[in-house]
Design a protein around this ligand. Sequence first.
Ligand code: C5P
Length: 232
Amino acid sequence: MGKDVIVACDFDSAEKTFAFLDRFTGRKPFVKIGMELYYAEGPSIVRAVKERGHRIFLDLKLHDIPNTVKKAMAVLSGLDVDMCNLHAAGTREMMEAALEGLTRPDGSRPLLIAVTQLTSTDQARMERDLLIREPIAEVVLHYAQTARDAGLDGVVCSPMEADRVHAACGRSFLTVTPGVRFADGDRGDQRRVTTPAEAKRIGSDYIVVGRPITAAPDPVAAYERCVREFAG
Ligand code: C5P
């Protein structure tokens, strides 16, 4: 399982998404649909991308009371996505309820991944706004262990945390890692970045790559380069 590049389709319309995906005439990339595109187009965009033959990570980061998340996950499961996610901060009970909702009558289900602390949250913000005083690295590991204990398949984390998460939660517990840039590329607003090759070395299972591919002059070549460096 794993070792694949997931392309973040951070577009605000189906039209732009299809124009982008139309460029890929060979291999069909694993695609991430996030809040922007999903809220713009609704579930029809998920069905349309699926019909084109792509695997889909639906990145909606659910966080609500267990019963609400369970019911929402049951709906998402019906969309036949391959991976979806929630916030570990919703507690173990919420994550267990999510798994129940996600599991289809035949026992199959999409992979379920937990967000630990967003990479936009740092130690100072966590202490000031959330009143969490432990070191952020420990908070991330604790959330990952709680997600594993709840039965989830992995976490979204920084590539730099992938080895520690694997050490604490086991090698088969998936690490899905954004914050990836080419060595010669633009960082944009990402702070702690790694190259695809470095992410591979640290042990990420999936890298999530947006602008280095979507904004490249030749997105297909940029995607192939990512695959070569990360999964080659
Ligand atoms: O364009 P870029 O490669 O920075 O895109 C990374 C993608 O991963 C975006 O869709 C962003 O929302 C998402 N993401 C992130 N950091 C997190 C969680 C998700 O960059 N901690």
